[in-house]
Design a binder for this molecule. Structure first.
Ligand code: FAD
Length: 591
């Protein structure tokens, strides 16, 4: 018999978005959080650089400037009403975090300190503006700890190390989820009036990635299997500064503090491509410029990497060249960027204070995901119909505030603003709704069947080999540069891997802490999401933001100023949805 639980509001995922939603929902209804990781191990805890809000603590700033930068950074694919909400509410959200006790860095007069970040500008001078609030380079860690403490104080119920394997969507409404308790292998049915999905990104389909091991897209894949669509899956951001070959992130905060890119000829090449913002151009642009340098033979020693240089004397030289009066020394950098300096020392054996650091672009962030309204309600189709009782927020959701490319520091804002809106909305709904009946045993059986099939499968294929092949394929054919022919090959290859996945075998047939089994199940999700990513990328015959088609190098607003929505009901189908434009007409992106 499965174990059975009932909650008004259920949140899946204990990162910044899930905890913010749970905190707000729990103020009025009985709320639980389910997480496959212990909450404070969620990926939000690795976010380094900052959370942006136009506080204007150090120089003039306005939320409207933040909104314009976000929309331009997103290559005009953002839904502008959603962006306006995010940038306006960011200010109160950061102050709310401060009041909860988040230890932000401070200015000498005690206000929240702010730093520069890519694509964030003074809209009049076009120069970088200090908008990112931070706690050294451990901002996400502090957010996660703060929110977790608040949830505990609020008596939110936590189911830690429970992995959700199915979402109970029936007749256009959601009634809860099915999860496996990892310690025992037991199946649990969670019955709810309102369910919010906040399971984060899914970058593990690529080999070189900044994403944690756990980011495998379990819930978006579950929704696809339940006949629901995903939005803008072709847009996946490659962050320019991953540690060479490892993909571990060195935050853009380094460039916010003055670090520069250097090629094999010793040139600060971004000055050539983007004369105003230079190294602080948005990420999609920086990543393409790095590859351009490498392709033209100007990688370091002609190889496939460039340097991120944050030696104090180099930073100061370029500050002087740019007319910036600021100067830094080793002590200052060690204080502002302790973690990433440590990462370079530990993982590369390179000391950034005295040596330049080898970097390459790394798969980083999903702009696409589960389509939602501005109140985190999940959309059933392109007409705006919603799935009753189902919500999504955070990286897994596509509101869409990031459009075709997200600006640095805008994810943490998205988590707290839309996590809060989702939490409030789901509680309002749960207060007036009643529990819809469910068939517990059938639900448990269906969830368990997915795992039993893998446990009992006696094929010859190894999940680890399939995963490796998928990741290499995605790096090669569905990376920073794409072509129609390459994407078609990728889709065929992924389908072949899906067929081989039906014939896998795992060694551990047990129930307790069976990571072998859960990783094999997660691989199935990655294969589903890789297929829809490549398929949407093939559909979009233009280049916009992070999606660059070598066979269609221009942005095409006539045919593609619209969101994609992809379904997999037997076969894949793409439909489109208009972009909501309020006050910022699409323009060419120059920095
Ligand atoms: C290295 C790194 C640095 C970053 N730095 C910044 C930054 O400085 N500023 C910024 O704005 N953004 C940054 N980002 C992006 C940002 O951190 C993420 O987009 C954001 O933290 C995602 O938060 P989330 O709440 O959506 O999900 P996450 O924090 O990823 O949490 C996901 C949760 O879902 C749970 N979960 C997943 N699957 C299941 C399942 N099947 N069953 C149950 N639970 C499940 C996990 O246990 C976890 O609790 C960074 C990202 C990375 C990888």
């Amino acid at each position: 018999m499965p174990q059975y639980h009932q909650f008004d509001a259920l949140v899946v995922g204990a990162g910044g978005a899930g905890l913010m939603a749970a905190l707000h929902a729990s103020r009025s209804v009985k709320t639980a959080v389910i997480s496959k990781l212990y909450p404070t191990r969620s990926h939000t805890g690795t976010a380094q650089g900052g959370i942006s809000a136009a506080l204007g603590n150090l120089e003039e700033d306005h939320w409207e400037w933040h909104a314009y930068d976000t929309i331009k950074g997103g290559d005009f694919l953002c839904d502008q009403d959603a962006v306006e909400i995010m940038c306006r509410e960011a200010i109160d959200a950061v102050i709310e975090l401060e009041h909860m006790g988040l230890p932000f860095d401070r200015t000498p007069d005690g206000r929240i300190a702010q730093r520069r970040f890519g694509g964030h500008t003074n809209n009049i001078t076009k120069k970088p503006v200090m908008r990112a609030c931070h706690a050294a380079d451990r901002t996400g860690h502090m957010i996660l700890q703060t929110l977790y403490q608040q949830c505990i104080k609020q008596n939110v119920t936590f189911f830690d190390e429970f992995q959700v394997v199915d979402v109970l969507v029936e007749n256009g409404a959601c009634n809860g989820v099915v999860a496996v308790e990892l310690a025992t292998g037991e199946i649990h049915v969670f019955h709810s009036k309102a369910t919010l999905i906040a399971t984060g990104g899914f970058g593990k389909m690529w080999k070189v990635t900044s994403n944690a091991h756990s980011l495998t897209g379990d819930l978006p894949a579950a929704l696809l299997r339940r006949g629901l669509p995903l939005e803008d899956m072709e847009f996946f951001q490659f962050h320019p500064t991953g540690i060479y070959k490892l993909g571990i992130l060195l935050s853009e905060a380094a460039r916010g503090e003055g670090a520069v890119f250097i090629n094999g000829k010793g040139e600060r090449f971004m000055a050539r491509y983007m004369p105003t913002l230079k190294d602080l151009a948005p990420r999609d642009i920086c990543s393409r410029c790095i590859y351009q340098e490498i392709r033209e033979g100007r990688g370091i020693d002609g190889k496939d990497y460039v340097y991120l240089d944050f030696r104090p004397e180099v930073i100061n030289r370029y500050f002087e060249e740019d007319g910036n009066p600021k100067r830094v020394d080793a002590h200052y950098l060690e204080q502002k960027l302790p973690d990433i300096i440590e990462f370079a020392r530990v993982y590369l054996g390179v000391d950034p204070i005295t040596q330049p650091v080898p970097i390459q672009p790394t798969a980083h962030y999903a702009m696409g995901g589960i389509p939602t309204t501005n109140d985190a309600e999940v959309l059933a189709d392109e007409t705006g119909r919603i799935v009753e009782g189902l919500y999504a927020a955070g990286e897994v959701a596509c509101v869409s505030v990031h459009g075709a490319n997200r600006l640095g520091t805008n994810s943490l804002v998205d988590l707290v603003v839309f996590g809060k809106r989702g939490g409030i909305r789901m509680a309002e709904y749960a207060k007036q709704a009643s529990f819809r009946p469910i068939n517990r045993d059938a639900a448990a059986k269906e969830g368990a069947a997915q795992l039993e099939r893998i446990r009992n499968s006696n094929g010859t294929e190894r999940p680890s080999a399939i995963r490796k092949e998928l990741q290499a394929l995605m790096d090669d054919k569905v990376g920073v540069y794409r072509t129609g022919a390459g994407l078609e090959e990728a889709i065929d290859h992924i389908r072949d891997l899906q067929a081989r996945y039906q014939r896998i075998r795992i060694d551990d047939k047990g129930y307790k802490w069976n990571t072998d089994l859960m990783e094999a199940w997660e691989l199935g999700n990655l294969l589903e999401l890789a297929e829809v990513t490549a398929y949407s990328a093939l559909w979009r015959q233009e280049s916009r933001g992070a999606h660059y088609r070598e066979d269609y190098p221009q942005r095409d607003d006539v045919n593609f100023l619209k969101h994609s929505m992809v379904w997999k009901n037997g076969r894949l189908e793409v439909r489109s949805k208009p972009v909501r434009i309020t006050r910022y007409a699409p323009e060419e992106r120059k920095y």
